[in-house]
Write a protein that binds this ligand. Sequence first.
Ligand code: IDP
Ligand code: MG
Length: 138
Amino acid sequence: MERTLSIIKPDAVSKNVIGKIIQRFEDAGLKVVGLKMLHLNKDVAKGFYKEHNERAFFADLIKFMTSNPVVVQVLEGESAVRLNRQLMGDTDPQTAAEGTIRSDFAKSIDANAVHGSDSLESAAREIEYFFDKSEIFS
Ligand code: IDP
Ligand code: MG
């Protein structure tokens, strides 16, 4: 059993598809064991994406992630990290496989509907970044 961090990004929240995206996780056997809606400020977004702070797109990424509220979730299940990445699809919605969340709900690489932890180590850091232990229920 693993846990991973998922974020429904500002573009998807604005498009009113929170429920449709969570349905994908539940249908695939992942359980939502923590969930909150937040409007990230710049410092929180920069800390979350600190591994990307040298990248050319970093400023745009922070601007986007702070542009509207997000929904942050802890997903639990067998191989949760890899399964969530599969459900999400490639970073670029244009190359994401058909039927994936990014293919179905996003149009561009910068506004790509969802975040998902890329390893168990990232998942542990990212879950702790947004959730107190008392806010996770399994
Ligand atoms: P991931 O979200 O699929 O793990 P990362 O490479 O970790 O992809 O990048 C983090 C986020 O930064 C992406 O989801 C996307 O929003 C943004 N991003 C990544 N590459 C680019 C790019 O080339 N241009 C603009 N934004 C990008
Ligand atoms: Mg990533």
